[in-house]
Design a protein around this ligand. Structure first.
Ligand code: ATP
Ligand code: MG
Length: 322
């Protein structure tokens, strides 16, 4: 399998009043060509921070980054803004939770998709035909008609389809989807995910799918990184994570999963709160909520341990029964 993206000990801190907030800590992951890697975790655990760091969209001069972000072996965080501009959009695309933020209200959605294609092809008729085809690829109802719709005339699900169409027109090798379906109802959510999965199959696009919906990742992901308070606490392929979860946090998430319906696995809450990330104490970040925690967990950071070649977790006692 061909490595596309690799995060190597990535840590990110935001400068805040009175110090730094550790939003992402020692994250290691690899996304190979043509696979869906899901990053799953509660609100505030650092998912968007990872996505924005890859795209260089973090707020300027407010953060400290260490470690490496490698795309096809090249270190993105050493690139100039100009070099990065060439990567963004063409090689790595991103779709966001709220498509309205990315669409211009005064142009038709079709025109906005056409604009992206226009850079490579100046033939208006061909470009327009391609836009309609892209709308069909993303299963837009009434594709021929909808290319003329303005953003406000479309539903949330249709707008997200436009974003995917726009992204597809550039045919990036890696798509970062940051909670692309969170704002949508469950049936539309399922449809959008199906489209994302088809894209992977059809165009071999690699996808970093960011979500707090654990049930959803089971449906589409090849591999999963479970995040808690800035760290990946467990990583493995979808079967390893669901059949043999090792970290107590992952196991609690599993227990909380409703089994009956697909796409209904919204994360349930676990007692306790995420620790403050501004003055992080030594020890495991999950210790204060963990049913297995012992003294060592409050004083010594757990090392990453392998279950098998590509299944890791970070816990002193993960093999013990919950
Ligand atoms: P959600 O699921 O709610 O989108 P997330 O997992 O994407 O959450 P992030 O947005 O990456 O989480 O935030 C991680 C941590 O960093 C949080 O504690 C957040 O408050 C903090 N944070 C995010 N952006 C900034 C910023 N610009 N300045 C300071 N702190 C920030
Ligand atoms: Mg986020």
């Amino acid at each position: 399998s061909e490595e596309l993206l690799r995060l190597d000990n990535l840590s990110i801190e935001y400068k805040v009043k009175g110090g730094y907030l550790s939003a992402v800590k020692d994250v290691n992951l690899t996304i190979n060509r043509g696979e869906i890697f899901a990053i799953v975790g509660e609100s505030g655990c650092g998912k968007s921070t990872i996505a924005h760091s890859i795209m260089r969209l973090l707020p300027d001069h407010n953060e400290r980054i260490s470690g490496g972000i490698y795309f096809k072996g090249e270190k993105l965080n050493d690139m100039t803004d100009n070099q990065m501009e060439k990567i963004r959009g063409k090689h790595i695309g991103m779709i966001f939770q709220n498509p309205l933020d990315s669409l211009n209200p005064v142009y038709t959605t079709g025109a906005q998709v056409a604009e992206a294609i226009y850079m490579d092809n100046k033939n208006r008729l061909e470009v327009w035909e391609q836009v309609v085809k892209l709308y069909r690829d993303v299963k837009m109802p009434d594709a021929e008609k909808r290319v003329h719709s303005f953003p406000h005339e479309l539903s949330g699900g249709m707008r997200q389809r436009v974003m995917i169409a726009m992204m597809l027109s550039r045919n990036p090798e890696l798509l970062i989807a940051d909670e692309p379906t969170t704002a949508l109802d469950v049936t539309i959510e399922a449809q959008i995910l199906q489209i994302i999965e088809e894209l992977k199959k059809k165009f071999s696009t690699s996808i970093m799918l960011i979500t707090h919906n654990f049930g959803l990742v089971a449906e589409v992901a090849d591999r999963i990184g479970v995040m808690y308070a800035g760290e990946i606490v467990e990583q493995g392929d979808v079967f390893q994570i669901f059949e043999n979860p090792m970290h107590p946090y992952t196991r609690l998430l599993m227990k909380a999963l409703p089994r009956k319906t697909k796409f209904e696995g919204r994360l349930q809450t676990i007692d306790g709160a995420v620790p403050r990330l501004t003055d992080v104490k030594p020890g495991c970040r999950f210790a204060n909520r963990c049913p297995l925690a012992k003294d060592i967990c409050f004083s010594i950071d757990p090392q990453t341990r392998n279950v098998s070649k590509d299944h890791f977790f970070r816990c002193h006692f993960g093999e013990e029964a919950l």
